[in-house]
Design a protein around this ligand. Structure first.
Ligand code: SAM
Ligand code: SF4
Length: 471
């Protein structure tokens, strides 16, 4: 059982810079026939190989990119339909012993106000989130001895046990420092959804430059962080890269190699892939001028290529991005977004003029949850708060949606409609409620088999006051 944890292990990892660079060079200026063949493979729901991904990344003409965007949109519609899962980030504490140069929480940043929620404050934050209608959270922690596996477990336990009216949090995903196998086991006990670790950059020299101190300066320890999670029995893991630190094409290749590594070693790839772009942060010059700034156009390209490269995985788009861009990128294959987000420690329940100084970075999309839901409905999406698979022990649900014929129809669509109906009855503004009920009726009308009656019954039970109806 290998788990590379030492700096010197770097040479043995699955990231080989020379190979990535060579593959990107060798696939330069692809012809359209080549690109079409690769798109066809992806539309047949097969994961692409690194050379194929590099070929797509190197598409050069406007027409070639249009074909790639079109294929990404088709793949999303064909496999996942029009559901979008909603969640919110919850920052537990911003103390940190690392010094990541792009992050407002880094230890040397004297402008940030350090704060860790007390258990009482945490409860208040969760109540505020629940009162808006949230059911799914990602909890976020700096890296600090205070944030031990026991502390992480304790905070998640409080979140699950904080109920308000009809509401509760039903799934907690985690974005925290990489743990030891023993540490992951403690966190697993409390019942988590996905454990996310972003490698930030897969380019080793850049990684070393930007992480000069602290445990995070060890590239291999972080790269194998999710291997240790898997070995501890956490089978939903999320990977990601922070775009803007190094060349975007290289980072997409890194994400693909990471995916293939997890598939080969554990028989299952990442549950989700995240692709945050660097945002400005207090006291953080590098975040104002990222060394490899990714334009909106290239951002769209990288999302489309990721969708096509790993057709089975969930793609997460965060409120780091502006609302207009989010609207466009959503169509290219995104499956989850956060909404109504606030990223200061304690900032959901408190209005604090100094909130920016407790935030990791500055958000692009500050619409409320209700506004986002209203817009999604207007664009014919079904906003979903579904947590059914995870609670029924069906882990890796994204893979099932993709791999099992009829799964979306049998489970995902009804559960999306049920959780939307709960939201409409309990939390929506009048205009969102009216539109949402229309969308639900339209969706139900599209169903032609015996599922239809079962769904109508479920929706009625929710209208009568029952909650947590699910398949
Ligand atoms: N401290 C843990 C770690 O670094 O893995 C977990 C939480 S960290 C707060 C979550 C992620 O935020 C990081 O992995 C990084 O990708 C992202 N991030 C850091 N600085 C950022 C910035 N200025 N803009 C956007 N995202 C940023
Ligand atoms: Fe700390 Fe994470 Fe920010 Fe790095 S990215 S400074 S580890 S909170």
């Amino acid at each position: 059982m290998y788990v590379f944890t030492k700096e010197k292990d770097k040479e043995k990892t699955f990231i080989n810079e020379e190979i990535i660079k060579k593959t990107l060079e060798e696939t330069a200026n692809p012809d359209s026939k080549q690109i079409r063949e690769i798109l066809q493979k992806s539309l047949n729901k097969q994961r692409l190989e690194p050379k194929e991904v590099a070929t797509l990344l190197n598409a050069s003409s406007k027409e070639q990119w249009e074909e790639i965007f079109e294929a990404a949109r088709t793949l999303k519609e064909k496999v996942y339909g029009n559901r979008i899962v909603l969640f919110a980030p919850l920052y537990i504490g911003n103390e940190c012993i690392n010094d990541c140069e792009y992050c407002g929480f880094r230890t040397s940043n004297k402008l940030v106000i350090r704060k860790t929620l007390s258990l009482e404050e945490l409860k208040k934050e969760v109540e505020t989130l629940v009162s808006k209608g949230h059911k799914r959270l990602i909890v976020v922690y700096g890296e600090h001895p205070k944030y031990s596996p026991e502390f992480i477990s304790k905070t998640i336990d409080i979140i699950y046990n904080t109920k308000l009216g009809n509401g509760e949090i039903r799934r907690v995903n985690v974005n925290a420092a990489p743990q030891t196998i023993e540490g992951y086991k403690i966190i697993k006990e409390v019942g988590i959804g996905t454990f996310q670790i972003f490698q930030e950059t897969y380019h080793y020299p850049t990684y070393k430059k930007l992480h000069p101190r602290g445990p995070k300066s060890n590239f291999a320890w972080r790269l194998y962080g999710l291997d240790r999670a898997m070995l501890a029995g956490i089978d939903d893991v999320g990977i990601g890269a922070l775009f803007g630190l190094y060349h975007w094409k290289f980072e997409v290749m890194g994400l693909i190699y990471h995916t293939i590594h997890l598939e080969e070693r554990f028989g299952v790839g990442p549950h989700t892939i995240s692709f945050p772009r660097i945002e400005p942060a207090v006291g953080t010059p590098i975040a104002e001028r990222p060394p490899y700034l990714v334009s909106d156009e290239n951002f769209k390209k990288l999302v489309a290529v990721l969708r096509l490269a790993v057709p089975y995985t969930g793609l997460i788009l965060t409120a780091r991005e502006l609302a207009d861009l989010r609207r466009e990128v959503l169509k290219l294959g995104v499956s989850q977004i956060d909404a109504g987000s606030s990223i200061g420690v304690g900032s959901y329940s408190e209005t604090d003029p100094e909130v920016i100084k407790k935030s990791q970075f500055i958000l692009g999309d500050t619409r409320t949850l209700d506004e986002v839901i209203y817009e999604l409905l207007k664009e014919n999406y079904i906003p979903s708060f579904c947590t059914a698979c995870y609670r029924a022990g069906r882990t890796g649900e994204h893979f099932m949606e993709f791999a099992i014929p009829g799964f979306v129809k049998r489970f995902c669509t009804p559960n999306a409609l049920f959780t939307l109906n709960e939201y409409l009855n309990d939390y929506a503004s009048p205009k969102t409620k009216t539109l949402g009920k229309e969308v639900i009726n339209k969706e139900v009308e599209k169903i032609t088999d015996k599922q239809k009656d079962i769904i109508i019954q479920g929706l009625k039970r929710i209208d009568m006051g029952e909650r947590d109806v699910r398949f």
